[in-house]
Design a protein around this ligand. Structure first.
Ligand SMILES: [Fe+2]
Length: 222
């Protein structure tokens, strides 16, 4: 191609340039109403359950480090209805927002509580067999351990381009996202999204230093 013809192409700028987000990963962040009374009530239930079943079960928790995990059927107990109702309410909202079939609904399949004593944490895991999973924070001392979600696209994580130094990456380029737990907050996320919980670094002693949560799985039924 000659020089004359190249010049005829102009300055090589583009006429159209757009970028769209596809395959997004949604984490719903929900502020629960009446959290003070609800948390006092739930905390009593959680500790009564630990008293009844001191061993608990081993899942993502580290029993050896003082972490306790209840059985998985708390939602079948009438006493947990105040929380179950709020979870189902959130599930209805998610179904509406995502355009799920109106004759079907997201229903709790399993629900459990976890107490993380100072020094304990939860290893990275997913929740197979359900559509959405969530956590409700009941008691969260300072430095109780963030929850961290990691980008499920391993190809994105393994081959990262370089970014401008001393500048925070834009959200589109994050490979992990962290939330600091706050009593009264509920997070609901896809069950396939890997997540872990940092060690509880609270310097408080006894129950004051323990992080207490209730977690659940939701599946579409109907
Ligand atoms: Fe989990």
């Amino acid at each position: 191609m000659s020089g004359v013809e190249l010049n005829a192409l102009g300055d090589m700028s583009v006429d159209g340039f757009s970028g769209e987000l596809y395959f997004p990963t949604i984490v719903f962040n929900i502020a629960v109403s009446g959290k003070e009374a609800l948390n006092d009530y739930l905390l009593e239930l959680i500790y009564a359950e630990r008293e009844r079943d001191q061993k608990g079960i081993e899942r993502s928790n580290f029993r050896k480090l003082g972490s306790w995990h209840s059985h998985n059927n708390l939602h079948l107990e009438e006493a947990y209805k105040p929380l179950s109702d709020r979870v189902h309410q959130a599930g209805r909202r998610i179904s509406r927002q995502l355009g799920y079939h109106p004759d079907k609904h997201l229903q709790i399949g399993t629900m459990w509580s976890i107490i993380n004593a100072p020094g304990s944490s939860n290893k990275s895991h997913i929740h197979p067999g359900s559509h959405w999973s969530g956590v409700y924070y009941v008691h969260t001392p300072e430095s109780a351990g963030d929850i961290e979600f990691t980008d499920p696209r391993t190809s994105h994580v393994m081959n990262q381009p370089s970014f401008e130094p001393r500048k925070q990456r834009s959200k589109e380029n994050w490979t992990k996202v962290r939330f600091t737990p706050k009593a009264g907050k509920m997070l609901i996320f896809p069950s396939w999204l890997y997540h872990s919980v940092d060690p509880n670094m609270s310097d408080k002693t006894g129950k004051d230093g323990e992080r207490a949560i209730i977690s659940f799985n939701l599946s579409q039924v109907g």
